[in-house]
Write a protein that binds this ligand. Sequence first.
Ligand code: PMP
Length: 306
Amino acid sequence: MDDRDGKIWMDGQLVEWRDAKVHVLTHTLHYGCGAFEGVRAYNTAKGPAIFRLREHTERLFNSAKILRMPMPFTIEQIEQAQIEVVKANNLESGYIRPLVWLGSEKLGVSPKGAKVHLMVAAWTWGAYLGEEGMKRGIRVKTSSYTRHHVNITMTQAKAVSNYTNSILANMEATDDGYDEAMLLDSAGFVSEGAGENLFIIKNGMIYTPDLSAGALNGITRNTIFAIAKDLGLEIKEKRITRDEVYIADEAFFTGTAAEVTPIRELDRIQIGIGSRGPITEKIQSAFFDIVNGRNPKYAHWLTQVE
Ligand code: PMP
């Protein structure tokens, strides 16, 4: 990943991919106080375009605010950095990763005196949970790890340190032969996937956990709300139990990386027809129309790179 040609934006400048390095005494490397984004650029008829750039960049700034990290750049500058990185790496489509971290100016738990740094990288990245999974659905395991309680870490920040919990859950699930983990909150209600929001469908109604279950306020989740409205489907945010997922007609994960990934099984129990369900397929298809620039109603969600 580190030894390749290309450019990475670092603290205001494009640098060679291989030279985009930090010191081993980087504060965030030791204590995990940092935040990131995951953004996608899609290949539209008008060329590459970044999907919901403003919302992702605002979330990055909100994450930094929650983590008390003063940002040394403006939202507009970080939007521009993402556009530049897609251009500089000649990407037609791909995944964009902005990261904000505390530098090596000082060590010790208190970050006071450490500088806030920013970088933006981008590379080509296909279906996160596999092309096959997008069609047939994936197999998911309820994690033995609990999702963060809302007052243990800050669940609306896309904080670097929040992802140890995701890594543990994902490794446990994949080591057991599943594709991904689903986590419950500390009260036992469904929260989200290791890197995805969750939706279920029952009798034509769509349900998703409300954010008090510690789930991230996903931008794809929000996109699904708009799609459902357009399709005449109703979404209800509520507390969901794991057995409600077992007996749902359909289920799917959403995320910038995962896009809209159907779930065909939870804990070896088949969900619905055990494949991508008909409503999930409609939503997935509407999603790809929007991100690929085929739905003019949502043209404002796409920032053309050229
Ligand atoms: N939950 C978690 C834990 C995530 O990491 C992600 C991916 N950013 C999501 C949900 C989905 O968020 P989004 O749709 O904004 O990518």
